[in-house]
Design a protein around this ligand. Structure first.
Ligand code: OXD
Ligand code: MN
Length: 628
């Protein structure tokens, strides 16, 4: 049974003594004894090393080089058909106490899981190389940074990690100096030789139908088996930077969040830093790379997926982007929707599961209005516009270093204080374009109630609310209700220095189902209002669900927005909000008595305000009828 030598599973076993490097080497040797690779390669992410691994993958047919004049330094990978997304139903949290995993995670007994993992990992790397990849999340040696080591048998993981996180010999020096590290082990689960020595050919994309994505929160350990794809295999990302890091944050007083980070500069040349949490498919990368449509305002990119937040010495909440790259969804990204992303991926990019053009470039739905007349689709088959199926997989991706982003803020490599936090869902009804929380507790409530209406595209009843608290449903490494309490606790520590919290909704629709708000670059108008509220330059209209813009404060210059649409964007219907309060109460009830009491107080005052508004509107409509 192998465990993290920094935090062993049992204090009486597996304790490796000696210098930190010896502990690391002993752990690598233990994993190698279990998985039986043919060779072990320690990686530092140098250009030579990445070039060599890339060339090996190209000659093995595992990467397709793209046309050097059209897409320099870029490659296409195609996965197997059963390995195209994160596998939430095979993701497990093995906390010591099942209650610590909570109702939103799949708990498994740690000891039993270790036995199962020992079984599947036994001999799983036969015939392959075991790559040892020490990495830093956040700048190496940075105050909010953390170290990890990934052991993997996938060269695709190594070349992707070189873009997504920080590698290098300096990390080993940090480890030598005693800095602890998170232990992560990954195997695609396809040995090239069986126990009897019979060899099998290596598939283009090896993956195993049996998959495990396992987090051991107390020992800060991740074991991933059977998938070579993104979040399942790049263990620094969702598994470490969110699931394990959120537990580290709970224990050590900080926050690991599924948030993008941007820097906004006002016409007065004042800079503001915003963090924003949105569930999947809500335009997070677009907001991270926003191009302002209002004069004098600029937005710079810091991160598109994950933020780590901690109280700084000045008493404010400081943030870093722990990642060093983007792993963005390709479909829907085009020069008209996100020109910054398109410029970022003009070179030095690994594409996965997009379509290949006849001239050696890439294409996906939404890149251009018209599809090319012929493509090779993501499965490697011929494709024409009337093939009746998408050419790129809907979850196809680009992997690219953040340093290629033309709007990158300098802060992408440092820490900085946060001025505002945004929570957004995809709501066709009820939720206004923007509302400011009355205080931190109300803001945490807003985060806890992020939701989207179910669309016909997914299983479930259309119109039903899908809850995704803090956009962390698949990523909170511990009990979601404890996570809310931890947020409240951080707010108490920050006191008056806490950032302001806002709720946004770009997706409200009119009665005919048309979007009321144009979105994309025009969201800069909402960002302007948010910044002006942070500065306290402007006032607000109080409503039972939060603080709304006064008439005239939201800059609508040059926008073709009817007065009735503007009203509809901000309408707060007391009756539907009272129903929404009931649904929220039901949702909270699923977490039992661990839900913070403060949420009941917020609900009570919201209902009080809504009932008062409902009776005012009844009186008003009665008097209108009398007058008529
Ligand atoms: C992602 C996700 O891939 O949130 O970023 O699923
Ligand atoms: Mn994400």
């Amino acid at each position: 049974m192998i465990t993290n030598p920094n935090r062993p599973y049992r204090t009486t076993e597996n304790v490796v003594s000696g210098a930190p490097r010896v502990r690391l080497e002993t752990w690598v040797a233990d994993v190698a004894r279990l998985t039986q690779p043919d060779r072990i390669l320690w990686c530092n992410g140098s250009a030579d090393e990445i070039d060599r691994l890339t060339a090996e993958m190209v000659s093995a047919g595992k990467l397709i080089p793209l046309d050097e004049s059209k897409r320099p330094g870029s490659f296409l990978a195609r996965t197997s058909a059963d390995d195209v997304a994160r596998v939430e139903n095979r993701t497990f949290t093995c906390s010591v106490d099942p209650a610590d995993a909570g109702p939103t995670n799949q708990w498994r007994d740690a000891a039993q899981m270790r036995v199962e993992l020992d079984g599947v990992f036994a001999g799983s790397m036969r015939g392959r190389t075991l790559y040892v990849v020490p990495f830093s999340m956040g700048p190496i040696g940075g105050e909010l940074s953390q170290l990890g080591v990934e052991l993997t048998d996938s060269p695709y993981v190594v070349i992707s990690m070189a873009k997504m996180s920080r590698l290098g010999d300096r990390i080993l020096r940090e480890i030598d100096a005693g800095v602890p590290w998170v232990a992560t082990v990954h195997s695609v689960g396809v040995p090239l030789r069986d126990a009897e020595g019979a060899e099998t050919a290596d598939p283009v994309w090896p993956s195993n139908p049996t998959k495990y994505i396992v987090q051991f929160p107390e020992t800060r350990e991740i074991w991933s088996f059977g998938s070579g794809y993104g979040g399942n295999a790049l263990l620094a990302k969702k598994c470490f930077a969110l699931r394990i890091a959120s537990v580290m944050g709970r224990d050590d007083g900080w926050l690991a969040e599924h948030m993008l980070l941007i820097k906004v500069t006002s016409p007065e040349n004042h800079a503001f830093h915003l963090a924003a949490a949105f569930p999947s498919a809500c335009g997070k990368t677009n907001l991270a790379m926003l191009r302002s449509t209002i004069p004098g305002w600029t937005v710079e990119t810091i991160g598109d997926d994950i933020a780590w937040l901690k109280k700084g010495e000045d008493g404010r909440l400081h943030a870093i982007n722990p990642e060093a790259g983007f792993f963005g969804v390709a479909p829907g990204t085009g020069y008209d929707t996100n020109p910054t992303a398109m410029e970022t991926i003009e070179a030095d990019t690994i594409f996965t599961n997009v379509a290949l053009t006849d001239d050696g470039d890439v294409w996906w739905e939404g890149m251009t209005k018209e599809a090319p007349a012929h493509l090779i689709d993501w499965t490697g088959d011929d494709w024409t516009p009337d093939s009746g199926r998408p050419a790129a997989h809907p979850n196809s991706r680009f992997t690219v270093s953040i340093d290629r982003c033309p709007t990158l803020a300098e802060d992408a490599h440092t820490s900085f204080p946060i001025d505002g936090i945004l929570f957004g869902g995809r709501r066709a009804t009820n939720v206004p374009l923007v509302a400011q929380a009355r205080d931190w507790t109300h803001g945490v409530f807003m985060g806890a109630t992020i939701s989207s209406e179910q669309t016909a595209a997914a299983e479930g009843t259309v119109g039903e609310l899908r809850r995704d608290p803090f956009a962390m449903l698949p990523f909170a490494g511990y009990n979601m209700a404890d996570y809310w309490s931890h947020w409240l606790d951080i707010g108490r520590q920050l006191g008056t220095r806490a950032p302001q919290i806002f709720q946004v909704n770009w997706f409200r629709k009119d009665a005919d189902g048309a979007f009321l708000w144009p979105g994309f670059g025009e969201n800069s108008r909402v960002i302007e209002w948010i910044v002006r509220r942070i500065e306290k330059r402007i006032s607000f209209v109080e409503s039972p669900i939060g603080r709304l813009p006064r008439e005239g404060d939201l800059d609508l210059d040059g926008l073709d927005l009817e007065a009735q649409d503007l009203d509809a964007l901000f309408a707060v219907d007391p009756e539907s909000w009272l129903d929404e309060c009931d649904l929220t109460e039901e949702f909270f009830a699923g977490f039992g008595d661990r839900v913070p009491d403060e949420f009941a107080d917020v609900l009570r005052s919201m209902r009080y305000g809504l009932r008062a508004a409902a009776s005012r509107s009844k009186t008003a409509s009665a008097s209108t009828q009398v007058a008529a």
